[in-house]
Design a protein around this ligand. Sequence first.
Ligand code: AMP
Length: 644
Amino acid sequence: MNYSKFAALLNDLENSSKRIEKTARISHFLRKEPADIAEIILLMLGRVYPVWHEQKMGVSTSTMIKAMSSSYGKSVNTIVALATKQGDLGLTAQSLAKTKTQSTLFDEKLSIKKVFDTLKKIPCLEGKGTVNSKTKLIASLLAHADPIESKYLVRIVLEDLRIGVGIGVIRDAIAWAFLPKVIGIVEDSTDLENKSDPKSGSDNSNKSDNDAKPSHDKRPDSDSEATVFDDFDENNPDHIQKVAESKVITSYEDSISRKIYNHIIDTVRSAFDKTNDLSKVAVIASSKGLNGLLDLNIEIFKPINVMLYPKTGSLEDGFKTVGTPAAIEYKYDGFRMQIHKNNDEIQLYTRRLENVTSQFPEIVGYVKKYIKAKTAILDSEIVGIDHDTNKTLPFQKISMRIRRKYNIRELVETVPVMCNVFDLLFIDGEELITKPFRYRREKIISMISENVYIRPAKQLITEDMNEANLFYQESLNLGNEGIMMKSLNGPYKPGSRVGYGVKIKPVMDALDLVITGAEWGEGKRAGWLTSFHLSCIDDDGNLMSIGKVGTGIKELEGDEVSFNHLTELLRPLIINEKGKIVQLKPQIVIEVLYEEIQKSESYNSGYALRFPRFVRIREDKPVSECSTITIIDNLYTEQRQRNL
Ligand code: AMP
C-alpha cells in the first residue's frame, strides 16, 4: 500500500476532534486496506516494535534535525530556527518538503512496507557511526516523501504523532473493522465523507471506553433478523459469546445489544492485555474473528499488562469490595516486577513492560535457584533490604537500580534487593489468570523453595476486623506502605482495576503525574530545569494539564532528587524550546503531594494543585498509569465533602 494513503489518514485523524470519528476513520481504513495491517497499527502508535520489545526507535531530536538538514539541503541552524517558530519538527519537515523540487518525489512512491522496513533497521544500529547511519536511513525516506508524508514520518520516528489517538481508540477501531457484528452500525453512524467541519461538535475524548460506541443507528430494529434475541441469557458468558459470534447488532438502544457490544469490546481489550501487541490483535481479529481472539494465550517472554488495584478508604470498605474471608497482604514499598521463566532463561520486566533483566542479575539467580517450576510467569514486588538488620529500605533507596546500566555488580552489593511474589499467571503449561486467587496462591507456596531472597508475600486470610487491623498496623510498623486486600475467588484481570483486590494506605492521596514541559532556571539555578509542567490523563490516556511544580527538589546532589538530576533525565526528552520554556516527550512520571485541588481555567484538566510538592520519581510507572481525571474528579468531590 502507498504510504501516502496512510499519511492522509493520519492527517484526517489529526483534524478530527471527536473520538467516535477517529475510531470510525481508522476502522474504515483497516477494512478498506486489509494489507499491511500489522505495520499500520504499529506505525499509528509511533512504533516499529511492540512496547515490550527490547528494540526501541531511540532517535533524538538532534539526529532528526541532521537528517532533515541533509535531505533538504538546509543548515542545522535554519531548521532549529524554523522548528522553534513552529513548535513541531513535523511541521518544519512539511514546510521544507513543499519547497523541494518535485523530481525526486516521483521517482519512487513510498510504500508502507518500505517505510516500515527502513525504520525497523534504526533500532538495530549499534556502535561507532550509529548517528550517521540513522541519519542516512531517515534522510533516504524524507527524500521521497511529499509534505504530508514528511510531517508524519518525522513524528513517527520521534514517537510523537500528535493525532490524539490512544490505545483505546485503536482497540475499538479493530473491533469495528473486523468483528462483523459491529460493521453495520459503523457504516450508518459516521458519515465521514460528508463531514462539514470535523472540528465542530463536542469533543467526547473524555468519555470512557464503552462510550465510544456509535449512538445513532438509523436502521429500524425490525429490519434485521439479527435484533431478535430469543431467550437471551445475560448471566451466561458462553451464551453471550455465541450470540456475539452469530448475530449482527443493529441498534444500541436496547440493553441486549449493548451487552453484546461490550462483550466484543472486552474481548478485544482482553486479547490486548494478554499480548500487549495491538498489531497482533488486529491481525487475529481480521483473520480469525472473535473466537480467534478468545484463543489467544499469554506467552512467556511477552509481558502482560499487570492487574491494578483501586484504593479503598477503610478495612470495612475493603471487606465489602473483595468479600469475606479475604486474603490480606503486606503492601511492600518497592517496585513491581514481572518475572518470566523458561527453564534456565529468565527475563524481568517492570510495570512499564521494560526489560530490566541485566539490571538485576541477583534476581535472575534467585529465580533459577529457588523457583521449582520449569516455566512460570510471576508477579512480584522488589524491595531494598538491609542484610545486617533484615529491615526493608524505602523505595527511594533502590529506585536507581531500575535505570542504572553500568557497575551493576557493585550495586548488587551496595543496594541489595529481595523479591516478594504476590501472584502467579502461568506455571508449567497451565494458564492461571482465570483461576481463583486461592488456587494461584497455593501454587506460589509450593513453587518456591525455602529461602530469604525470593518469598511468597506475607499473607493473612481472615474475616475478622480486629485481626485485619492488627495485620495492617504490623505491616506499617515494618515500614511497608499499607496492605492489599484480595478476593480469594478473584481471577487475575490483566490491565484492569476491577476490585478483585484493593489497596489501603494511610497517607494522603499523592498524584502520579507526567512531566510534559519545564522551564529553565535563572541566577544560580541557570542551566537547570526548575519548574515542571504536569499532566494527568483522561480515560483514553490523553494528556490533560494540571499545573506546575518546583518545590521538593533539592539544589545539592545527594540521596534525594536534585534539579541537576531531573534536568539530565529530561534533557534527552526535549522536543522543542521557546525562550525559557521547553516542551518534553511525556515519559517521566513523578509523585506529587499538594494541599488542595482547586478548579482552574488555566489548565485543560479544569483543575490546579495548591502548593504542589515533588515527592519522588515513579521510575516504575508508565504514563498510562498516571492519575486519571476521574480520580482527580473524585478527590475533588471528597475534598469538598470533607470541607462541608
Ligand atoms: P500503587 O502503586 O499505589 O498503585 O499500588 C499498587 C502497587 O503495590 C502494585 O502495582 C505493586 O507494585 C505494589 N504491591 C506491593 N505489595 C503488593 C502485594 N502484596 N500485592 C499486590 N501489589 C503489591
